[in-house]
Design a protein around this ligand. Structure first.
Ligand code: SAH
Length: 262
């Protein structure tokens, strides 16, 4: 998997790429990350990447030419014009980070984990000339319903979430299978009773498309009087599994009721 970042702040990524799972994935060659300085692709004396918005208003907008040219240099091909649209190589995506984009979710991360090449365009200022969203980016992605000052942190979030889904990136392969937002899980009737009295289709199961992780505890068993649930200490695996299922459902209902689908 190869990630390319196009940014006016290339130094930004020095820290986040150099720790933990991401660092190991780069060292072992599972992922390669290249950072490209957008200013390299400017033609004028001032190396300007931005300009004032047509129609007036506050702030500056990233110009289209440097972004197109940076992506063309990275991908080694012409990316077209209105007269001559061009296609990308297969298994390649160009992702524009944008507060006005489609929401990035775990299922987006799963889809990206099957792509060979992801190019991230990091916006700044008031944003990016819309022709980039329309004719350069294959996707416009938001990491949440809030506005940040640049696309660098959002791109970093996406790279992190995607990398840990690449087989071999996590020390323990099992750990990405059974965590928050992992794929469809089914729960027996007993867990259903814990969250809802509404009967489901077959009367015995509740299906959650995604679910939050169950709560984790470690030593000490008694911390300032707050005790670890007894069942986790008992060592009965079936009871522990039941407790975890019910606790995950309860926590999902409490923190993210929107995730629960009948
Ligand atoms: N005027 C824009 C915000 C610009 S913020 C608006 O109102 O939608 C500057 C840049 O930060 C954006 O171009 C984008 O690249 C990045 N950014 C800000 N919030 C983001 C979010 N929630 N998800 C992804 N990128 C974001």
């Amino acid at each position: 998997m190869r990630f390319d970042l196009i940014t006016i702040f290339p130094e930004f990524f020095a820290g986040p790429l150099d720790h933990g799972i991401l660092r190991r994935a780069r060292e072992t060659g599972l992922v390669e990350v290249q950072v490209q300085d957008l200013r390299v692709f400017t033609q004028d004396r001032h190396r300007s990447v931005d300009d004032r918005p047509f129609g007036g208003g506050e702030g500056m907008v990233l110009k289209p030419e440097p972004l197109f040219e940076a992506a063309e240099a990275i991908l080694g091909r012409n990316l077209g014009s209105a007269e001559q649209p061009s296609a990308l190589a297969p298994k390649t995506a160009i992702v524009l980070m944008s507060a006005a984009g489609k929401l990035f979710r775990q299922e987006t991360a799963r889809r990206y984990a099957h792509i060979d090449r992801l190019v991230f365009l990091c916006g700044r200022y008031e944003g990016v000339d819309e022709r980039v969203a329309d004719h350069l980016a294959t996707e416009e992605i938001s990491v949440g319903d809030y506005v940040l000052s640049g696309g660098e942190l959002p791109a970093m979030l996406v790279i992190d979430a995607v990398t840990r889904l690449i087989p071999g990136a996590l020390g323990n392969e099992a750990s990405s299978k059974n965590e928050s937002f992992s794929e469809v899980r089914h729960f027996a009737g007993r867990a259903e009773a814990a969250v809802s009295s509404t009967p489901t289709g077959d009367g015995s199961r509740i299906e959650a498309r995604t679910l939050l992780d169950f709560p984790h505890y470690t030593r000490p068993a008694d911390f300032r009087g707050w005790k670890v649930p007894e069942v986790l200490i008992g060592g009965n695996h079936a009871e522990v599994a039941n407790w975890r299922r019910a606790a995950a459902l309860e926590k999902t209902q409490r923190n993210r009721p929107d995730l629960l689908l009948r």
